[in-house]
Ligand binder design. Structure first.
Ligand code: HEC
Length: 246
């Protein structure tokens, strides 16, 4: 009887072990089956910065004069809503946080009567021609270091052109639009930034990895360096992750 019971206990223990390890193995299989989803996410990460890079490299290709020629003052009026908290655009409109902007195109910097401009703007001097407005509205603080216009800027070139055309419409003088130069030069330039894009991808692709909770960075980074997109799914290194989950 004693040995019988010992056998029973031993059997129970073996069974328990079998169940435990069996479950683990099963869970391994399950986790492995799920892993391919991970590389799917990773592919998305390098994609995003890539698009950004494309946009950045494409936009400066089109000269502002060309954008202005295609711009719509009507759309610009919509963009100008972003400014209306601080500016009025109508003739004789009042100064708010910022000066009234009627007739600003072609005027001297800081010319609106009765507005207390910053020292930085007054010191800058010059005229609000199309180029100056383009740069200022893209990034006010970069164009006039120390301006008190707290506005991040209009990043989209097309929107900025619409807006500047609207500003021109809100004035008596309406200076002639800048001459559109032949776009021939833009074509070859377009390729250079794009060729650089893949390089830029490599470090960016690696960055999210180090942030990821599972520290399998070293394995995945190596293949990434060669060809980020193609290799991304390969990190069949899911195997490397699975043990950590147990
Ligand atoms: C948060 C308030 C604010 C917003 C929003 C804002 N501005 Fe201004 N803006 C100012 C202030 C303040 C000044 C004066 C800057 C200085 O003196 O340094 C100014 C100055 C300017 C000037 C120079 C005017 C001159 O007489 O020299 C222009 C042009 C201008 N803003 C255009 C715009 C446009 C276009 C927008 C919308 C895209 C905009 N601003 C959005 C506050 C604002």
């Amino acid at each position: 009887m004693d040995s019988f019971e010992i056998n029973k206990i031993a059997g129970a223990v073996l069974l328990a072990l079998l169940v435990i390890f069996g479950t683990k193995t099963m869970s391994n299989i399950v986790f492995k089956a799920h892993k391919p989803e991970k590389p799917g996410y990773m592919v998305e990460v390098p994609d995003a910065p890539d698009q950004g890079a494309d946009k950045a490299s494409d936009e400066p290709q089109v000269p502002f004069a060309t954008l202005l020629a295609k711009a719509s003052a009507e759309k610009g009026m919509g963009v100008a809503k972003k400014c209306s908290a601080c500016h009025t655009f109508d003739k004789g409109g009042k100064n708010k946080i910022g000066p009234n902007l009627y007739g600003v195109v072609g005027s001297k910097l800081g010319a609106t009567d009765g507005f207390a401009y910053s020292e930085a703007l007054k010191a800058k001097g010059g005229t609000w021609d199309y180029d100056a407005l383009d740069q200022f509205l893209a990034n006010p603080k970069a164009f006039i270091d120390g301006t008190k216009m707290s506005f991040a800027g209009i990043k989209k070139d097309g929107q900025r052109a619409d807006l500047v055309l609207y500003l021109r419409q809100q004035g008596d003088t309406k200076p002639p639009l800048p001459e559109v130069k032949a776009p021939a030069v833009a074509a070859p330039k377009a390729e250079a930034p794009k060729a650089a894009a893949p390089e830029a991808k490599a470090p960016e692709a690696a960055a999210p990895k180090s942030g990821a909770p599972k520290v399998k960075a070293p394995e995945a980074t190596e293949p990434k360096a060669d060809a980020p997109e193609a290799k991304a799914p390969e990190p069949a290194a899911p195997a490397a992750e699975t043990p950590k989950q147990q």
